[in-house]
Write a protein that binds this ligand. Sequence first.
Ligand code: MN
Length: 755
Amino acid sequence: MINSHRQKPEGALVLNLSVLPDPEKERKEIIHRYRRLLRQAKPILKEGDARLIRKAFNLALEAHRNMRRKSGEPYIFHPLAVAEICVGEIGLGTTSIISALVHDVVEDTDIELADIEKMFGRKIARIVDGLTKIKGVFEQGTSAQAENFRKMLFTLSEDVRVILIKLADRLHNMRTLDSMPRQNQLRISSETIYLYAPLAHRLGLNVIKTELEDLYLKFTEQEDYEDITRRLEESKSIRIKFLRSFVQPIKEELDKLAVPYEIKSRPKSAFSIWNKMRKQNIPFDLVFDLFAIRIILQAPLEQEKSLCWQVYSIVTDYYTPNPDRLRDWISTPKANGYESLHTTVMAKNGQWVEVQIRTQRMDEIAEKGYAAHWKYKGNQAGYESNLEKWLLRVRELLERQDLTALEFVDDFRGNLFNEEVFVFTPRGELKTLPVGATALDFAFEIHSDIGATCIGAKVNQKLVPINHILKNGDQIEILTSAKQKPGEDWLRFVVSSKAKSRIKESLKEEQKKVVEEGKDIVSRKLRQLKIEAGPQTTEQLRFYLGEPSNFTLHFKFGKGIYSVNELRRFKEYRQSGAHKDKVRVQEAAQVSPLVIPTKPKSDDILLIGEDMDVVEYKLAKCCTPIPGDEVFGFISVNEGIKIHRSNCTNAPELLANHGNRVIKAKWTSQYEVSFLTGLKVIGTDRVGLINDVSKIISEELKVNMSSISFRSDAGAFEGEIMLYVTDTRHLDFLMGKLEKVDGVVRVSRFDSRPS
Ligand code: MN
């Protein structure tokens, strides 16, 4: 049945007989491998399949009979291995086994595609054709790889089996990369880490992905790879001991559940440890999460979710979980089909340990991808249709048309998600910003006018300052005020280049205006002082004040940093004749700061807790605190930390009865952001009073009102105004002004928002 034609070793000059292939031994090995493939495929074979597979095997064996791989092995080992990966590690069926067996014959031998089609039909011929073409795509060079890769996926992958078989092909080539020349090792490895490993990841083939990554490391960073694998081996006994004591209490509880389970612990892959060491710049000994513990339950489908959460509850009864590291991919599986419940808990020795909770079904899907589904969906007939469904799903995963070629590959590689943050507008439109972007970046992303007038934002309905850093999935509504202007400190609040350049532009515009104003002030006052204005006088004045340029001189007058009194003193100084002593003044000019000293603005931050940390908080609605208020934090049941004013009407109750939930909070200096507060105005009614009050607020004081309502009754009036102020000083000033309005008797701040 097997055509075992093979080159006979020839030539008496060959001295080392041990390296020569032994034809008989090889023939046996080939049969052995072929039978192993059949055994693996057996559970899924339909009638007639075995015959077709043998036909394909015989064709490949004959076609490659005179060929050897670089390692010296018979070539047929390769297609056999690829077919075995397809069935055993990816879960593909007969079509793929046949295609894998003959995948290299059209490329490397006399056999033509038409022969394949005649023997196995059109479907398999198309797949083999795709696999042959892919090779060509990759051989065009490396510069256009990303585009090629996409082309390969979109145009050649009419049948996604092409991609899956290609992945199996690559895996086997990586496993046997040893015998390749160094240059090829590097090229093939890079291609693997750049394209194939992310592809496997995307398809949910995690075992294959991990192996590809480790092989990449082995061939590119050999020393590191060996070092890490050796250290993993050395620390094995310690890990096992640790694991035993860690799972002991959990086991006791799990036994009570009466559900069969298994606890596994697999060390992290060499590649992921290496990656961590490199990214965090730490030695092996400091990589603490060297392994994850996996609890695998044998749960019936309908109880999967509740049992997994029950186990979660057991684990976290014994060990404190890190709330930031809870991942529930059971309620919402990952796009690649991954389902699991992850938590990271603190072991008794203070080490973080990741615990993965899942069922057997989820575990197989996690390891083998969608193909594992068939086992849980009934019989063989079910297998075929589920496989088709999975292949469809693979296609969907690959066909996301919204991405350009490079993004597509980058997306694979996960880079996009590390460097960018995805957020939403109130209407649900997706915006992409660099990681670290703030509410202000977002505002500028929407429109430069919105950015320039941004006073704060609501992120997921919560009021935040403009420098609030955005997280993936945040929904942001920008609050603006026509009175707002970009400040110098804004440059520290943004990371996107768009926001930065817009702010700089606007600061420049603003500076120019101030300089013009300064010029006016100086020339007007000089005139009053009867000093002749002109370039010479300006220069004298500049020396007198030690300013490096006319620009800074006028800027400071425009800003009010220099008052007109300086000009009076300048006049006296001039009269003393000292201005002729230029040398002294010039020295003074040199030591004067070259930077324009603007009024320093402090960070707008509320510090909370003993350590005065910056943490998330909400402002209590009952007393609407604003910066400058004396405040305290209260840990509410559902809404995290709430900030109340110390004189809030609810404060005594909270402080007295729930003292343990009260935490310190204090404002650091003032906000540039405005806060909403309420004022009550009481007085005697008169015509035009409302107009006068609102004029003071909006025009004279340039404060933004959110609402104003007045009631008048028998000559008395009562008004409620909601307005934006920056701090208590600002508010006091405003109240003083309002009290002076004719007819106003009393102005007070009110604590509850009108409903
Ligand atoms: Mn191949």
